[in-house]
Design a protein around this ligand. Sequence first.
Ligand code: 6R9
Length: 649
Amino acid sequence: MTTHPSDHIDAMLHESRVIPASDTFAAQARVTRETYDAMYRQSIDDPDTFWADVAGELDWMAPWTQVLDWQEPHAKWFVGAQTNIAYNALDRNVARGLGTKRAIVWEGEDGEVRTYTYSELLTEVKKAANALLGLGVQAGDRVTLYLPMIPEAAISMLACARIGAAHSVVFGGFSVSALSDRINDAQSKVLITADGGLRRGNLVPLKANADAAAQNAPGLEHIVVVNRGGSNPPMQAGRDVWWHDVVGAASDAHEALAVDSEHPLFILYTSGSTGKPKGVLHTTGGYMVGTYLTTRTVFDLRDDDLYWCTADVGWVTGHSYIVYGPLLNGATVLMYEGAPNQPDWGRFWDIVQKHGVTILYTAPTAIRAIMRQGDEYPNRYDLSSLRLLGSVGEPINPEAWMWYYRVIGGERCPVVDTWWQTETGSIMLTTLPGAYPSKPGSAGLPMFGVDAAIMTREGEELGPDDGGLLVIKRPWPSMLRTVYGDDARYQKAYWGEIPHVYFAGDGARRDGDGYYTVMGRVDDVLNVSGHRLGTMEIESALVAHPSVSEAAVVGKPDDVKGECVVAFVTPQGGQTVDPAALRAHVSKEIGALARPDAIIIADALPKTRSGKIMRRFLRQIAAGRTIEGDTSTLEDPAVLERLAATEPV
Ligand code: 6R9
């Protein structure tokens, strides 16, 4: 494993600006510097009291006997307690008088707007829960969701949680085989999908993909289909049912099931450094407490906020910061279905102006893509409703940070850069707005209960300004509990790399003020537009193509995507590699997000005498850099020159 900081990271290391929140913001901030310092101290010195107090703000059907039971590397939080996260997100908020408050404001790509109050959302979730029970789903089962960004996605997740079934959301951009792999790994009997979802004016054919995936998912009994696009897909009698039929006919009486605090809540697949995606498992109580607290404090949430997170529910950000965290806090959440450039690059700002969005949480790749189009789009709109901006998914380069702060936030809105992962469940590093100033490019300070450090691979803790590996030294409530069906992999990947600490897989450094700057992955995981992709996953897709003999995939710094995919392939004896066919093949195997941006076709790859491909050199070639490092271990160093001289296709 080697660190490969990209060029913009280099710029980040030389960034020294410090931007405090405006006086107006700081004066009313939910968490002041004193509050943060005191809360953080308590969360580290007396975590049981700290977490019991936070958990005590939510409803439990049976109390815990112990806050944390830590048998490294397995944690149980709120031991023996019972609760239900959907109950806390809906029934509890209706009971405290928020029934008529808007829970979800949804805007379709075509401009259609639908809203659900907390009472209406509760009714829909109860009906969906009854519909799932009617299809034979039981507590402890897994239900796969393959849905566009429509309210039914949130309703389905909450309905699963309400009956104690774990959801496994598969991003709508994933391919047929990625979908069937995930259905099979989770052994889901029920899949919820839609006829399609709107993306750049086209209907993405989700039901057709679901039908094809079902061919390879023998355990699947039912497909529930939401009619989003009116496209009338074929329905297989006995297997397929319409959402509007089964949910429409279901009773709206349902009592949320009290489940154990450690009852599985969801599985979410994410790329790791081996070929097969990991099914990250989150459980109920700790995840609930973690997302509840971080949403309220990081976003400085107020009763009258209109909160918009532009992520897709297919990723963890959509789980924690579109659905669970905001709804647990009784917030009004805006949900948008489509692309940021439909009909043009002003769409985000049109939505902000039209609905009066106050908090915007988006990804650096979106900021950079919009920034490229110039200031004219945002300048056409009134963005004065905004009061806080957030960033997530990858390192944000200072240039994009400053543009976001100036042009979108009018130098009035603090920017919170939030570092976390599918595995961490909730935000781990950020500067709380109003408590501490921001440093563009640096995620900032640890959140409550997060005992972070920078270490060497040998487990030696490093001091200020030394680059190393980001680790967390003790469990936190919303931490993953295992890799579904593969606890050995959980133990090895997260707690086995460096003894007794959680290994995040990111390189980082901490400055003298305690701010963490995360530099990117140190394993074979790429971050393309904020999406995690394993190089091995893409390589196995490539070598599965008949024309390819060997493949090696590396990332290359990209101005908009952060990183893009470069594939080096050698042809199978006597075959020619057709780049278009190869790209289509990768789309089919994984999804369009994994398509190589550049393909370099070569007669050989740089290998050591023992046959190991030296990706370090391939990264240098992909980036057009001069080759540095010891090439003497290579079987044939001349391969490097030939590769460097080959035009990518
Ligand atoms: C929430 C999410 C996790 C990986 C993580 C890191 C990168 C996320 C970041 C960031 C720098 C930030 N990452 N946020 N790097 N600064 N603010 O994105 O989860 O999809 O699992 O990705 O994303 O490399 O390890 P996930």
